[in-house]
Write a protein of this length. Structure first.
Length: 147
């Protein structure tokens, strides 16, 4: 056998053998790849009803026209829209609403002056489906603080 094949075979065996290190050491196992202990259950929830939120973000222009804010209007991906704007607004972060208004008003003649987040929570349990409408979260543009 050629020396290069032997070296490659040894490297492959070494890589496979290194996968056993986290299994053998508890301290390493808790924080290293590839065998994080039970990572699929890391953010598991206790047994109970299943909940889902349906969120609708609406922007209101100075003329009173309402428009649904989606990834196309905001100019970001849906993931970014949810993580950077919708979730913080839902948690009460007014700075996220201000940042979104600035983003939406970049090149508009009829600027947005208000953002409304409407949240409906659906709960699925053994007894059926329960729909709960949360209070609408409203943020108005404060023109004095933005200057």
């Amino acid at each position: 056998m050629r020396p290069s094949k032997t070296a490659i075979s040894i490297a492959i065996v070494l890589v496979i053998a290194l996968h056993a290190v986290p299994v053998l050491s508890a301290r390493i196992r808790l924080r290293t790849w590839p065998f994080l202990e039970w990572t699929m259950y890391h953010n598991a929830l206790a047994a109970g009803p299943v909940r889902a939120d349906v969120r609708r973000l609406v922007a209101v222009t100075s003329s009173g026209r309402e428009m649904a804010v989606d990834k196309n209007l905001a100019g970001v991906s849906s993931f970014v829209l949810i993580r950077q704007y919708i979730q913080p607004i839902q948690a009460g972060d007014s700075s996220a609403a201000r940042r979104l208004l600035v983003r939406l008003n970049r090149e508009r003649d009829d600027s947005f002056v208000e953002i409304r987040l409407k949240v409906e929570t659906y709960t699925v349990a053994d007894t059926g489906l329960v729909r709960t409408v949360q209070p609408v979260i409203t943020y108005r543009n404060d023109s004095q603080s933005s200057r």
